[in-house]
Write a protein that binds this ligand. Structure first.
Ligand code: ATP
Ligand code: MG
Length: 219
């Protein structure tokens, strides 16, 4: 069976693309699926994340660096499609990069992590056009916004919610709160699941997100 493909995109830097990619990849792997992370970002953050794991406790999904493929990344990803259940493509932030467009061409689902602050959101609204353009070629493409680094009950978050409709992309029910354990996951080359009881709330939100994503792409 062909792998389900998730492209994690947002031209805005630092919105949580790599965090979302790696947490989801690890969580889906833990459910017994064979998962590949495609690091399509020349910064190589996903690759470094996985490389930070101890040899005796490796990151649960495979990671391959394909940023050099540029606008042909979809062709390179296709070569792996029969070997995995799920492929997540961590895209670079640059607005002028051809990579997100290429990744979206073969994706079943586009995930757009955004930080719910007005400045971050205005900088990210342009992703709507990219997804709309690709949707004409990839008619089955579905997309979801994911709120990342949420700090609930602040007035700023409320203002930000008013910008959301401009994206024209449905909001995932699950969101990701601002928590130190997300940074620690990267340092130790793991997901929040490795941090046990003290990460219970983070594990819960990643599991909720994984449930939602799995339901959308019938994983
Ligand atoms: N929910 C969160 N809580 C705390 N820190 C977070 C959270 N999400 C992301 N971060 C931190 O914010 C920074 C940016 O996150 P990340 O690298 O995932 O974003 P990105 O969109 O992939 O960035 P880039 O555009 O540079 O590729 C990292 O230091 C990461 O650890
Ligand atoms: Mg990144």
């Amino acid at each position: 069976m062909a792998a389900k493909i998730i492209a994690v995109v947002n031209q805005k830097g630092g919105s949580g693309k790599t965090t979302t990619t790696m947490q989801l990849a690890g969580a889906i792997s833990r459910r017994g699926k064979k998962v590949l992370v495609v690091d399509a970002d020349p910064q190589g953050t996903a690759t470094r994340w996985a490389a930070s794991a101890e040899d005796e406790d490796p990151f649960p999904a495979s990671v391959v660096g394909l940023s050099a493929a540029n606008e042909k990344v979809h062709r390179e990803v296709k070569k792996f499609i029969d070997d995995y259940d799920c492929i997540l493509i961590d895209c670079p932030p640059a607005a002028d990069s051809p990579v997100p467009q290429s990744a979206l061409l073969i994706a079943d689902l586009a995930l757009v992590p955004i930080i719910p602050s007005p400045l971050d959101m205005w900088a990210a609204v342009g992703i709507r056009q990219v997804i709309n353009n690709v949707s004409e070629l990839n008619e089955t493409l579905t997309a979801r916004l994911i709120l990342n680094q949420c700090q609930p009950k602040t007035t700023l978050a409320q203002e930000s919610l008013e910008i959301l409709p401009e994206f024209g992309i449905p909001l995932a029910k699950a969101n990701i709160q601002h928590r130190q354990v997300y940074r620690q996951s990267a340092v130790f080359g793991q997901t929040v699941h490795s941090f046990g009881a003290k990460a219970a709330a983070a594990i819960k939100e990643i599991e909720n997100l994984t449930d939602e994503v799995a339901a959308i792409i019938s994983l």
